[in-house]
Design a protein around this ligand. Structure first.
Ligand code: NAD
Length: 700
């Protein structure tokens, strides 16, 4: 993401050869994807594009004019044809007769579905009238940093004139809706030669007679602003200059690792939050500057920005020259409470009889001099995107304050958008969160058979999952596979040997910076070994003990430390073995280590209960499919022990079980999910055998 003042221009990416072969709607998709591919042109999900296209009416066969406009939700960079709403233009025009004035404009949204062309299920967005009434074939509405920097300056009207002359007009702030659509129409009729218009505190409208012309007009208009800022800003101190030096990158990360679980705990009382850390140069320049506090207090400007970031961030007091993280942690509860109190006061000042109930009063964005920015939200993508939006807002403040005074949106207008009934309706339509939404899980041995199946199950339920494994190649493969299915935001990986104290503690620190903390630890890394006692070497004995006993201790100890820092409970599940309960021939090292593991879980259940930390055990048996244990020596040794071929083993174990059923990795994963979720909220210190029935391992 490039800032507005470094003079980097946008590149015209239009390719005639590609575009000429496309239908008009496909060209609209192409244009939208090009525009959305650069965050300087528009932020994630922000802005929209449209085209008016003549098509044959499915009922009459007559040609009709159809508005194709980006529908509700979605992002320009990745939008496809089905992301666009299609509406009859004659019906949209007829809506003007029904319009009863500004105080009733929200009711117009209810008429939009009546204008749908061709039964298109994509809901039309609140911005639809803005596109419908601009009397041009192709219209772009973007949120470019360089343009919002103009739009959010105190004298934005004069600046618009200075930069663009009469080519680009200016309209005062107006919440998007039917009225703004009529304003835009009037502007276009009165200014037929204008190629665009800047909306105060909001963004840009541009248009063209062809898709290409529209795209090129948008890019050229933004570039004109970028050039103008570059000329005006050469050499001037940004944000009043730096007043603190940033810490080096490892020190910044170490502080983030300490602070994020604390922060997360303090703001997750009413539902788990996911965190994101950004210490990019653009963020550091802002948090280290003289103007940090005064600009942050003004709040963000573009409606899209503050819907994602809340109107104001929380600035954490910290002097990187005398880094005293302990006192930051001590003050944190009071700082957070003060923010909530001011948010409640803002809500009480601005609410009226129709206002929906107050939403979460915690800040989304936390700024720390010398360190960077933390953002928190109900899911990882939203936390990351909130951070990206605040970088957009920083860019806007940099531009606006370098040429004028930056102004945030008036408080009441901001509130009006935040608690807009239409916005509330959108929130109400959101699907119910999944059972592990807002949770962060670590699965050790995550690249193995049971680990992967467990990660999949937890991801399906909405958790973010960090796979931890000693085998980096298998880890890369597992991460790539799971990311392809569940999205890169929710899958993390860390190479970690569970027997190494340093690696375990570094892995937790990494996870805290990547996601904000930890809720669920599935300790599952393991191996299997077989040897009669006389042939069991000390090395083999120690290996079993190191991984299955010491390793489980180290992983749990670090989990407990982070759980206690967060103070929101915690959940540990050990994947032990039937062999931890039932003696098995020629496997004393493995069986004993697994028994130690099970007893460790009981001890930890006892220690953790007062802090709502639950610890339970799942005991698998004979899970051949997907397991790496069952591809090596172990399989051959077991087959030899039973005097059969390796191919016959699965059937052997099936018929040996009481239920005569095979056990699969997914069966273990289901049991782990049960213990990791609220479904077992009242269980701790328990053991669940998933072994298709084995009398020897009955617990007593
Ligand atoms: P697997 O071999 O497919 O997976 C185990 C994973 O642990 C591997 O990816 C491996 O790289 C990793 N690992 C090994 N040593 C490690 C270390 N020091 N640090 C970090 N990671 C390490 O085996 P699986 O069948 O998926 O087994 C998972 C767990 O289930 C193990 O604890 C195993 O003892 C237990 N178990 C399995 C069975 C079975 O029949 N598969 C039966 C009972 C218990």
């Amino acid at each position: 993401m490039t800032n507005t003042s470094d003079g980097t221009r946008l590149v015209n990416l239009w390719d005639d050869a590609k575009a000429s072969a496309m239908s008009e709607p496909s060209r609209l998709v192409y244009r939208s994807n090009l525009l959305g591919s650069d965050k300087r042109v528009t932020n994630f999900g922000g802005g929209n594009t449209s085209s008016k296209v003549w098509q044959s009416d499915p009922l009459t066969g007559e040609p009709v004019e159809v508005l194709w406009v980006k529908g509700s939700g979605g992002d320009s960079a990745s939008i496809k044809l089905d992301g666009f709403a299609t509406l009859y233009m004659d019906k949209l025009r007829a809506l003007k007769k029904l319009y009863r004035g500004i105080e009733h404009e929200d009711e117009m949204v209810g008429y939009l579905p009546h204008c749908t062309f061709d039964l298109n299920p994509r809901a039309a967005s609140i911005d639809t009238p803005l596109h419908a009434y601009v009397p041009r074939l192709h219209v772009d509405h973007m949120h470019p940093d360089a343009i919002i920097a103009v739009a959010a300056a105190k004298d934005s009207r004069a600046l618009t004139k200075e930069i663009f002359g009469d080519a680009v007009g200016w309209l005062p702030w107006k919440r998007p809706g039917f009225e703004l659509g009529l304003w835009l129409e009037q502007f276009c009729l009165e200014n037929p030669d204008a190629r665009g218009v800047i909306l105060e505190s909001h963004g840009l409208f541009t248009w063209g007679d062809t898709q290409k012309q529209c795209y090129e007009n948008t890019i050229a208009t933004i570039n004109q602003a970028i050039d103008w800022f570059a000329e005006r800003n050469s050499g001037s101190a940004v944000f009043g200059g730096a007043i603190v030096e940033p810490l080096d990158a490892p020190a910044r990360h170490a502080i983030a690792a300490r602070l994020m679980p604390k922060l997360r705990g303090l703001i997750s009382q009413s539902g788990g939050k996911l965190g994101h850390f950004d210490d990019s140069p653009a963020v550091l320049e802002f948090v280290n500057s003289a103007d940090l506090r005064s600009l942050a207090a003004l709040g963000t400007s573009c409606p899209d920005h503050f819907l994602r970031t809340k109107i104001r961030p929380l600035v954490i007091d910290f002097d990187p020259a005398k880094p005293d993280i302990e006192s930051v942690i001590e003050r944190l509860p009071a700082d957070i409470e003060a923010y909530r109190t001011s948010y409640r006061a803002y809500y009480d000042r601005c609410k009226d009889a129709d206002t929906p109930g107050m939403r979460d009063a915690n800040a989304v964005v936390y700024l720390m001099p010398g360190v960077g920015m933390f953002t928190f939200a109900g899911d990882k993508a939203t936390a990351r995107i909130a951070g990206e939006f605040y970088v957009n807002a920083i860019n806007v403040m940099r531009g606006a304050s370098s040429v004028s005074d930056y102004v945030g949106l008036p408080e009441r207008e901001a509130f009006g958008i935040e608690y807009w009934l239409l916005e509330e309706a959108k929130l109400q339509r959101m699907p119910k969160p999944k059972s592990l939404a807002g949770k962060i899980a670590m699965v050790t041995g995550g690249a193995g058979g049971i680990g992967r199946a467990t990660a999949t199950r937890l991801l399906q339920e909405g958790a973010c999952v960090v796979l931890a494994d000693i085998d980096s190649q298998a880890l890369d493969e597992a991460t790539a596979d799971l990311s392809a299915i569940h999205g890169a935001d929710v899958v993390g990986q860390v190479v970690m040997d569970v027997t190494s104290e340093e690696q375990v503690s570094a892995a937790y620190a990494e996870m805290a910076v990547a996601f904000g903390g930890i809720d669920i630890v599935v300790s599952n890394a393991g191996l299997a070994s077989s040897a009669p006692i006389e042939e069991t070497t000390l090395a083999l004995w120690n290996k079993n003990m190191d991984i299955l006993s010491t390793g489980y201790f180290l992983v749990s100890r670090e989990a407990f430390r982070m759980f206690r820092a967060q103070e929101i409970g915690g959940n540990v599940v050990f994947v032990a073995s039937k062999n931890g309960l039932a003696a098995s021939p020629n496997a004393s090292a493995y069986c004993t280590a697994k028994a130690a593991e099970i007893h460790l879980a009981r001890c930890l259940a006892l220690e953790g209960a007062a802090a709502q930390i639950r610890v339970n055990v799942v005991n698998p048996d004979a899970v051949l499919r997907g397991s790496k244990i069952w591809t090596g020596e172990w399989k051959e040794q077991r087959a030899a022990a039973y005097n059969m071929s390796t191919d016959a083993l699965e059937e052997h174990y099936r018929s040996r079980s009481m239920l005569k059923r095979s056990v699969f990795p997914e069966d273990i994963a289901e049991a782990v999910y049960f213990f990791a979720s609220e479904r077992s909220a009242k269980s701790t210190g328990n053991i669940l055998n998933v072994d298709a029935g084995n009398a020897q391992s009955f617990t007593r």
